[in-house]
Design a protein around this ligand. Structure first.
Ligand code: HEM
Length: 182
């Protein structure tokens, strides 16, 4: 397919809510991953606050992904760019995997906190620990949480690189679909 064919129709953008949810969640995912990765580099007296912030952002991501899925179910996204059957299949498999990981990683994180005997402090109110600590189970869930978070970041990075490749190399409209209109 030539560039002319790819660009011979106006950009069909995601709606404003879908775009806002996409970018707010992308920022939150970078923030929660950075906090998780860097927690040991903060002074020991900050550790509880940093871990709690990591958990609060994780819970926000979980709530927002539910809002996003409900919004998407009621507001059809634009038809895919005509990039060819293979790329369309890869892109849709990537998006479904990202959604699954955006649900799984925070849920596993909540399980990790529960088995560590930790609660959640929302500032105005808090949730008490659900059970007492079980170190063996907590260690295993913690490893699954870490591995699934790395998988999410790796896939999201490939997804972002693919969007840039569409813009720079193929010069099609894929990236613009998620950007604000001028
Ligand atoms: C710089 C970073 C990013 C860029 C440039 C980017 C770009 C895009 C673009 C252009 C689309 C539309 C693709 C299409 O219509 O075919 C899209 C969709 C999507 N993005 Fe991203 N993205 C980024 C980060 C992320 C992150 C961190 C996540 C979550 C982990 C994410 C999850 C998704 C999902 C799930 C969709 C599918 C939306 C739907 O159809 O419901 N993106 N992204």
């Amino acid at each position: 397919m030539t560039t002319i064919q790819l660009l011979d129709h106006p950009v069909r953008r995601y709606d404003r809510v879908a775009r806002s949810l996409h970018w707010v969640m992308a920022a939150l995912i970078i923030a929660v991953f950075s906090l998780g990765l860097l927690v040991d580099t903060f002074p020991p007296s900050w550790e509880d606050g940093v871990v709690n912030m990591h958990k609060l952002i994780g819970v926000s991501i979980l709530c927002l992904v539910v809002v996003r899925i409900v919004w998407r179910a009621g507001h059809k996204p634009p038809p895919p760019e005509p990039t060819g059957a293979l790329l369309e299949r890869i892109s849709s498999a990537t998006h479904i995997s990202l959604y699954l990981l955006m649900i799984a990683v925070p849920l596993i994180g909540l399980g990790f906190a529960a088995w560590r005997g930790q609660g959640l402090d929302f500032g105005l109110f808090s949730i008490a620990p659900l059970m007492s600590e079980n170190r063996g189970v907590a260690r295993q869930i913690g490893e699954i949480h870490e591995l699934s978070a790395y998988a999410l970041i790796a896939l999201a990075s490939l997804h972002a690189l693919a969007a840039l490749w569409h813009y720079v190399v193929r010069k099609d409209n894929v990236l613009q679909r998620m950007l604000p209109s001028k």
